[in-house]
Design a protein around this ligand. Structure first.
Ligand code: COA
Ligand code: AMP
Length: 633
């Protein structure tokens, strides 16, 4: 690997960072090209391409039309739940985005204003994102599986000028009505009169007309004039994406315009090996960072075709759904979460449904969102006979910290590892004091500042929280919150979070926020929610509650109530279905609940009783209840 293209690029990105990224910036069309790469004047808050001026929506759309590719497919919408497909060329998508930008402009949205987008996987979600960006405004997309309270928290923080939504989402088992949820969220956020634009869909109970003052997408589009792209500074925000933190309050990750466009363009070519005319299908949701980067922005910045899939890996209608989409749209690269592969494998262990489809267009399968376990890796590798590439990243970084850069240099794949650090990510593994550990030894994964372009610039409206959450634990470094080790070849193995963030079916959730909900039940004295191993979803949230003294309640009834509360307050996406009553929780002498030890107990792992434990007997009693052999859970 010493003289590999990867090694050269990586070294150069660290030793000659400005040159490396100014070269990469040439892939972007600027109104004013940057001459400076990095502004360190306000460190540790860094800004990329401080003198650059551009419009991200222009880069994703208009410039491909101007280059003569207006007739090429930009977006293919494939709804497995509606059995319908629709293709949008670059020319068509540009026109629709310009028109919807006109609609937003008509509602007073301008540069720097926020637009909250709460939509299912329909083309209008992507159109709304790009239209917001076209005006130099800032979108904040909220995943449809979140409850009104979570939506309200985001509205309160982002203070949008407009909310864009749709009648609802279609889950295999039910239709999810969005409009009552939006109305409730506006009430909760204290802005009941906020302007709402609704894309009506057939088959839902509520329509825009049921809510006073709400606007109908189609009516507004029919009357709108197209709006031109507005120049913004490279450092101006493009979007805010809220993600689970260690507390119940979501963190508004801020992404800039210029660094984002440069970084994603680099990744399309060098990591995914996708260029103009290629087809990338990212089977995720626009509500997650993976959807932002690789359903909407990455493929369109590259002039490729993106597939927007409304459906599941299984059950819509069966475990052959993914293979059908690959065949129908000649997908070159598929990006999904390991949990989706596990779901397919569970339903069709021998991948027999593959025989019904021609997936010869597929070159590579990328996975992220959670660790790719080696069983699933080997299954996918054998079934699909294409490279299966794990890559590791976070909402905060916006693109892969570690990957196998297939366009640059196809490095050997090591099962269980997302391969090697990407350019600009100066990665080390350190102990609790910040000292580097030996190769092979597990520790905290940290990234030396500055982070590369495209990573978070701050948390919305709260530089202090950004610094205290990420930059204070290890001097001069960004703490990823993940632990892992690096082998002698430089391959990184990511083992799990060091905080109470968990990953359920590739969805990032905070156990702290679930604990806050459980704690509100009148019978609950205290509680702990931990992420326990789940063969399908990677992890699942499991709650342990202690009843208030003197309270007696049927455990089944209590569990039902607590499950309903989490669904109501956080949303179905929390997938919170397990509750157990215990007589006490193990704690340290300073009162910290020993969640890690509890998780090790439940998962049947080795554990060491911490020396700081307050009452060892509490733990011993839990062993009897929680250890898998005797567990009732
Ligand atoms: N709107 C409303 N509800 C939603 C939703 C949405 N956008 N997405 C999920 N939900 C609901 C589901 O209907 C389900 O509700 P239920 O408890 O009434 O059944 C609940 O949230 C949990 O959903 P999920 O975790 O998706 O479980 P599932 O059993 O429906 O499906 C998988 C399991 C593995 C097939 C599915 O989770 C999956 O495809 N995961 C891939 C995730 C992914 O791509 N993540 C992005 C990171 S790259
Ligand atoms: P999110 O911000 O939702 O993308 O979640 C980020 C977290 O998911 C990371 O901090 C990791 O804990 C986990 N994660 C994402 N991708 C991977 C991967 N490829 N391997 C291991 N963990 C991953």
């Amino acid at each position: 690997m010493d003289n590999s293209a990867y090694r050269n690029a990586y070294e150069r990105s660290l030793t000659h960072a400005p040159d490396f990224w100014l070269d990469a910036a040439k892939k972007v069309t600027w109104s004013t090209a940057p001459e400076r790469a990095l502004d360190s004047g306000n460190a540790p808050l860094y800004r990329w391409f401080p003198d650059g001026v551009l419009n991200t929506s222009f880069n994703a759309l208009d410039r491909h039309v101007l280059a003569g590719r207006g007739d090429q497919d930009a977006l293919i919408y494939d709804s497995a739940v509606l059995h319908s497909q629709r293709r949008y060329t670059y020319a068509e998508l540009t026109e629709l985005v310009a028109k919807f930008a006109g609609v937003l402009k008509g509602q007073g949205v301008g540069k720097g204003d926020r637009v909250v987008i709460y939509m299912p996987m329909i083309p209008e979600a992507v159109i709304a994102m790009l239209a917001t960006a076209r005006l130099g405004a800032v979108h904040s997309v909220v995943f449809g599986g979140f409850a009104p309270k979570e939506l309200a928290a985001r509205i309160r923080d982002a203070e949008p000028a407009v909310v864009v939504t749709s009648s609802g989402g279609i889950e295999p088992s039910r239709r999810v009505e969005y409009l009552p949820a939006v109305a409730e969220a506006l009430e909760l956020a204290g802005v009941p009169d906020l302007r709402v634009v609704v894309k009506d869909r057939d088959g839902f109970k509520a329509t825009a007309a049921d809510f006073h003052g709400w606007l109908d997408w189609d009516d507004e589009m029919a009357a709108a004039s197209p709006a031109a792209p507005v120049d913004v500074n490279s450092t101006d925000p493009l979007y805010i994406l809220y993600t689970s933190g260690t507390t119940g309050i979501p963190k508004g990750v801020v992404r800039d315009n210029g660094g984002h466009a440069v970084a994603l363009s680099w990744t399309m070519e060098n990591i995914y090996d996708i260029g103009p005319g290629d087809v990338l299908w990212t089977a995720s949701d626009v509500g997650w960072v993976v959807g932002h980067s690789y359903i909407t922005y990455g493929p369109l910045l590259a002039g490729a075709t993106t597939v927007l899939y409304e459906g599941k890996p299984v059950g819509t209608p069966d475990a052959g759904a993914f293979w059908r989409v690959i065949e129908d749209h000649k997908v070159n690269v598929l990006f999904t979460a390991p949990t989706a592969l596990r779901a397919i494998r569970k339903a069709d262990p021998g991948a027999e449904l593959l025989a019904d489809y021609d997936i010869s267009s597929l070159k590579t399968l990328f996975v992220a969102g959670e660790r790719l376990d080696t069983d699933t890796y080997h299954w996918a590798d054998q079934a699909l006979d294409v490279p299966v590439v794990d890559h590791w990243w976070q909402t905060e970084t916006g693109w892969a910290i570690c990957a196998n850069p297939r366009g640059l240099d196809a490095l050997p794949i090591k099962p269980g590892s997302p391969s090697v650090p990407m350019p600009g990510f100066n990665l080390s593994i350190v102990d609790g004091n910040g000292d580097a550990v030996e190769p092979g030894e597990e520790g905290n994964i940290v990234l030396r500042l500055p982070l590369p372009p495209g990573t978070l610039t701050t948390l919305w409206g709260d530089d202090a929280r950004y610094i205290s959450s990420y930059l204070e634990a290890f001097k001069g470094c960004y703490a990823t919150g993940d632990s892992g080790y690096q082998d002698a070849d430089g391959y990184v193995f990511v083992m799990g979070r060091t905080d109470d963030v968990i990953n359920v079916a590739g969805h990032r959730l905070s156990t702290g926020s679930m604990e806050q909900v459980l704690g509100q039940h009148p019978a609950v004295a205290e509680c702990a929610v931990i992420g326990v191993a789940d063969p399908l979803k990677g992890q699942r949230a499991s709650g342990y509650v202690v009843l208030k003294s003197g309270v007696h309640m049927d455990e089944g009834k209590l569990a039902q109530e607590l499950i309903a509360m989490v669904r109501r307050d956080i949303g179905p996406v929390a997938d919170f279905k397990n509750v157990k009553v215990v007589d006490a929780l193990p704690k340290t002498r300073s009162g910290k609940i020993l969640r890690k030890t509890m998780r090790q107990l439940v998962d049947g792992e080795e554990y060491v009783t911490p020396s700081t434990i307050e009452d060892p007997e509490v733990l011993e009693r839990l062993v009897a209840v929680l250890r898998p052999t005797s567990a009732a859970d």
